[in-house]
Ligand binder design. Sequence first.
Ligand code: SF4
Length: 356
Amino acid sequence: MVRKSTKKIKCGNRFIGGDSPISIQSMTNTDTRNINATVSQIKRLEEAGCEIIRVAIPDMEAAMAVKEIKRNISLPLVADIHFDYRLALKCIENGIDKLRINPGNIGDVERVKQVVSRAKERDIPIRIGVNAGSLEKRIVEKYGITPQALVESALGHIKILEALDYDKIVISLKASDVGLTFDAYKLLSERVDYPLHIGITEAGTVWRGTIKSAIGIGSLLLSGMGDTVRVSLTGDPVEEIKVAKEILQSLKIRNFGVNFISCPTCGRCQIDLEKLARKIEDELSDLNENITIAVMGCAVNGPGEAREADIGIAGGKNSGLLFKKGEIIRRVSEDKIVEAILEEVRAMRTDFHGGK
Ligand code: SF4
């Protein structure tokens, strides 16, 4: 997979695009005016691995809250604003790190100029967020809800910013339809080299939305597109972070800890593999180490995978054959498998860190 080269843009203490790692972002679902609730959700998200966080700014009170929220968090903070340029100006004044606003929707060019000139002064990027659900009427009449329509809308907003000599632009083209989203990003990325914020919008509840997001975001990433990722789920935004991390880890784009392999089990399996796999996954969920662990049910495919992993187990009759770095170490009884794997992981970590 070759990542398409895009412009590198600073966003608070991070970068988006260019050679910077593909970042994970999310959006709070608290009332932004409730500073305590918003800050505490941002902290939970940061702990889960969120790298950029966005808040909705529906009114001046929310724009005012930005100052205090910023004071209490360390993640780059993005203000999501629709239409009202005064909210954008207030957020800039209060230290926001990035704006999500569509210049074509602000109205009068003088208003756009004011926002752009303040953003320039503070080196703040602007994300143009085109959404299939809110395309301009004239574009829908011309193209219908199509990839061309999404791209035409984005290019219109880009043109407004470029005419003001502003180029710290990030773009998203979102639709809840996976194919439409993919085609739109593909079309746009052939036209511009601004970094892309990717995601499937309104993807649904955690189960359905995870599948849709994995297909959509995964396809884009495999095609070399995407500089920052937002998984949109109806539910706790912490789930969005977990899903985004797993998508990036599955594609070997980023490493967030243990790479966990387990077989689906079949009639050959003679141990309670599901229970073992869950237990091991649980025990190692906080481990931030690049280790591959394979938990396999039997001697058919088991030894192959277990041998390839750093640590592996291939099940037998109420027991398992323990592998480390391709070598069989010993056979352990079923009730000792979890502890044996954890012991080997601990030993391996000691090796990594030179006994410290
Ligand atoms: Fe079945 Fe063995 Fe394959 Fe697991 S590893 S699915 S138990 S054949």
